[in-house]
Design a protein around this ligand. Structure first.
Ligand code: DOR
Ligand code: ZN
Length: 436
């Protein structure tokens, strides 16, 4: 059966604008985009009057927790949250238990991800043990390196090891850039006051981003900086960013600052931490100026019970895959950015940065990963509606104008008006080899 989306405004990636067109889907791919497509007798017609049709979002940074931490999330629950948030592809981080450091664990993860409702790709963790083996992994999003410790304690403090990782990685290296040595110094210095952002101050990220950029440039490698969070990183990248270097920001750093941590405690504890208002403003300005390549959630769920522990014991991370799009659509409503910007930052650029084949655009021949949004719809983000196993969100109670109303993955309707259909599963995406 073919599906035809009618009467909506369809995003045209080549022209960067919307037009009233119909969009036909056949065998999971976009078959036609034009005015007045005639429907056959058996075709499913979806009336998109008053709605905008955009490519499904590609969230390049999620922690779906399998294997090992299924009480927090699994590929089914995480992908339900993704689908409800208009996200059709996720790239899953390797700090699971066990971590993805070998072909064996990667194969295990590929099997576990079979239950995902959205498409997926995987990172491999770069560390001292596998640094000289990194060219052996095939069809991966990239090598993830923690330059300081975060959840799971997989930090690579030794820049010599990082250099080796860069040398042996044929494709993209993605860094969590907070300098391990400085983190230890500030954690000790401020441990008594229990202020997460004071224990991991801006300078930790600033130094680490500089190290990573200098080394990646020296080895002529592609580098992607995860969750840029400080005005100092923005200033550094303004001066030193090259076409080989890309960067992302996360919604929690765009919409929250350290005052949220002071009010909500561990529910606002993540790495990198929530920063000051001036940092938040610098991130928005960096988006405006085109410095930021993409927005990715760093969806890092932990249960309420885990978060309710003492500050020292509570794990770092907040969920985000379901709330990114409503928050950004509300920002569109507030004229902080355009819907075309959202498409660029959340669909087109992630596909380009990671070399994902035939996704991230509405073009004939591309996979039918599609999100239909209603820019006028008003609603409130609620804990009770979160599909993530953790069932809380830092944005509980936030009112948004602009919501995803339908999500299609490979041509299958997975989410529509609050209901999730689990009958069709996502697939592993294909990455083009990014050798430069
Ligand atoms: O806050 C965070 N949570 N930062 C990370 O780097 C890891 C993540 C997690 O896995 O919980
Ligand atoms: Zn992360």
């Amino acid at each position: 059966m073919n599906t035809i989306l009618k009467n909506g405004q369809v995003y045209n990636s080549k022209k960067n604008r919307f037009a009233f067109l119909d969009l036909a889907i056949k065998d999971g791919r976009i078959a036609q985009i034009k005015k007045g497509i005639r429907a056959g007798q058996h075709d499913l017609i979806v009336d998109c009057k008053g709605k905008h049709i955009i490519p499904g979002l590609i969230d390049a940074h999620v922690h779906f927790r399998e294997p090992g931490d299924e009480q927090k999330e699994d590929f089914l629950s995480g992908s339900r949250a993704a689908a409800a948030g208009g996200v059709t592809t996720v790239l899953d981080m390797p700090n699971t238990n066990p971590p993805v450091v070998s072909g064996r664990v990667l194969a295990q993860k590929r099997e576990l991800a079979g239950k995902s409702l959205v498409n997926y790709g995987f990172y491999v963790l770069g560390c001292a043990e596998n640094a000289d083996q990194l060219s052996l992994f095939k069809n991966i999003a990239g090598i993830k390196v923690y330059l300081g410790s975060s959840t799971g304690n997989y930090g690579v403090d030794d820049l010599g090891v990082f250099a080796q990782i860069l040398e042996y990685t044929p494709g993209l290296v993605v860094v969590h850039a907070e300098c391990g040595h400085l983190l230890r110094y500030f954690a000790k210095k401020y441990e008594m006051i229990g202020m997460h952002h004071r224990m991991r101050p801006n300078v930790c990220a600033q130094v680490s981003v500089a190290d990573a950029c200098i080394l990646a440039s020296s080895f002529k490698k592609r580098l992607h900086i995860a969750h840029m969070s400080t005005k100092e990183e923005v200033a550094f990248l303004k001066m030193h960013k090259t076409p080989q270097i890309t960067c992302e920001v996360s919604p929690h750093h765009l919409f929250l600052n350290e005052s949220f941590f002071r009010k909500q405690g561990n529910f606002g504890k993540m790495n990198p931490p929530l920063r000051y208002e001036e940092d938040r403003k610098a991130l928005w300005q960096a988006i405006k100026e085109g410095l930021v390549d993409l927005i990715a959630t760093d969806h890092a769920p932990h249960t309420k019970e885990e978060k309710e522990q003492d500050f020292r014991d509570a794990p770092c991370g907040v969920p985000g895959v379901q709330t990114m799009l409503p928050l950004l659509l509300n920002a569109v409503h507030e004229k902080k950015l355009s819907l075309a910007d959202v498409v660029r930052l959340c669909s087109e650029n992630p596909a380009q940065v990671f070399g994902i084949e035939k996704r991230g655009q509405l073009s004939v021949g591309y996979h039918a990963d599609i999100c239909v949004v209603d820019l006028k719809k008003k609603g409130t983000i609620r804990n009770e509606e979160q599909q993530s196993k953790c069932s809380w969100t830092p944005f509980h109670g936030w009112k948004c104008t602009g919501w995803p109303v339908m999500t299609m993955v490979n041509g299958n309707v997975v989410y529509r008006n609050g209901a999730i259909d689990e009958s069709a599963k996502g697939v592993e995406v294909r990455f083009r080899d990014l050798l430069s």
